[in-house]
Design a protein around this ligand. Sequence first.
Ligand code: AMP
Length: 168
Amino acid sequence: MGFTSFSFRPQIEAGIQACGYTAPTPIQQQTMPPALAGSDVMGLAQTGTGKTAAFVLPILQRLSEGPRGRVRALILAPTRELAEQILEAVTELGRSTGIRGVAVYGGVSKEMQLQKIRRGVEIMVACPGRLLDHLQAGAFRLDKVEVLVLDEGGQMFDMGFLPDIRRI
Ligand code: AMP
């Protein structure tokens, strides 16, 4: 089974090819059809099984139509390392789509993050604590979000992020 059965737009197919993926992994085969259809999906798979692309590709497909310059997909992740890895997948798979992403996490300048957001982004990858700081400061709004991903949900809950996530 190749990627063609998912009918990704050509710009997204180009990203898949550039990343060297020839066939979807099991988690991708199982979760992408309902995600592409707009259903809620819960997936469980170990690191290294392709789960990031399993949610990034359907997001890119959805966002390649419709308005630009507003955050339409929010991906929450427990650590800055994971947030950066997800942003890398967004950037690589989405390189031909013109869709832009930003990572938002603590320990670095808030202003740099805000500058990037003001220039226009469609996908935000964020750690809950720093995102909540920005939201409580009224730095930006997330009222146009259509897709929400909780990556490593179990770890986020173990780390005590549940109250923050509820607020977000
Ligand atoms: P993850 O499970 O998201 O941490 O992904 C692990 C690695 O698998 C990453 O380096 C991806 O680039 C790679 N990957 C994701 N999907 C595929 C695929 N369909 N074929 C080959 N490699 C893939």
